[in-house]
Ligand binder design. Structure first.
Ligand code: ATP
Ligand code: MG
Length: 267
């Protein structure tokens, strides 16, 4: 009975999470949960607190910003109670994050192969050759052509869409259980955006990942997520299955976001 309960319990439970920066209550009492393999969109306008939630989940809120309340239960453990050393083992290895701008996460002075291999070595303790082979395999998984050769290239030698693929490869380096994607397609043109969404769907299935997809674009939420959390000024205004929220939005804020999408789509 207990085993059964554990199996069905959510992989991630966020309860009453609050984050402040000096003078700003960026996130206020946000709660949600995520089952293993589920896809949750976090949608809201610019400044609504989406990235702050993502950073809080990774315990990467930079001081003087800080988490003032709440719990983040991942795999049965409250991350907020872990030491920095324990958290290092969670980041990348169990929870990975992809950012909007690949340049913030890719180091310009190392080849992409070196960077992915380093992540693998750090978390999995593989030797150089095995880590390099794993890096090439990850690049193949995100459809970088001639991955073995391209692994020797530097980030600037890739196009924006390819860099985002490299970021995904890097995020997958240690086979995480949860992937947090913070507006990973915003800087890309529409066709490439769709390719990246398609790729994320593919790797989600292949690696049985849970995904939190942060975006201000409801079109992307619809294309990728089963559930959605709508936030405004740091608070949850609405949550539920995407289809239900899209067809019967309960809050005026959600309706406003959806109207904005309709106007954009009509143009
Ligand atoms: N490092 C920081 N220091 C001070 N205030 C911050 C910091 N980061 C974010 N904020 C503030 O916290 C609030 C939430 O910001 P956040 O970046 O989480 O929003 P967002 O929803 O991700 O916006 P966007 O869609 O533009 O990325 C905003 O008022 C923002 O100005
Ligand atoms: Mg943001």
């Amino acid at each position: 009975m207990l085993d059964n309960n554990l199996k069905n319990s959510p992989q991630l439970i966020v309860g009453n999470l609050s984050v402040v920066y000096p003078g700003v209550k960026a996130v206020a009492n946000v709660s949600f949960s995520l089952a293993k393999g589920a896809t949750l969109g976090i949608a809201g306008e610019s400044g609504s607190g989406k990235s702050t939630i993502a950073l809080a989940l990774m315990k990467l809120i930079a001081p003087p910003g800080r988490i003032t309340s709440g719990e983040i239960i991942f795999d049965g453990k409250n991350l907020l109670k872990l030491s920095d050393a324990e958290m290092v083992r969670v980041r990348g290895a169990k929870i990975s994050m992809i950012f909007q701008d690949p340049f913030t996460s890719l180091n310009p002075v190392f080849t992409v192969g070196e960077q992915i291999a380093e992540a693998v070595r750090l978390h999995q303790g593989l030797g150089r050759a095995a880590a390099w082979a794993a890096a090439v395999k990850r690049l193949e998984a995100v459809h970088i052509k001639e991955a073995e050769r391209r692994a020797h290239d530097y980030p600037h030698q890739f196009s924006g869409g390819m860099r985002q693929r490299v970021m995904i490869a890097m995020a997958l380096a240690c086979r995480p259980q949860l992937l947090i994607a913070d507006e990973p397609t915003t800087a890309l043109d529409t066709t490439i955006q769709l390719e990246i969404i398609q790729l994320l769907k593919e790797v989600q299935a292949e690696f049985n990942l849970s995904v939190i997809f942060i975006t201000h674009n409801f079109g992307i939420v619809k294309a990728f997520c089963r559930d959605v959390l709508v936030i405004n000024k740091g608070s949850v205004v609405e949550t539920g299955p995407v289809a239900a929220v899209l067809s019967r939005p309960q809050s005026s804020y959600t309706r406003k976001l959806l109207d904005a999408l309709r106007i954009i789509n009509r143009e």
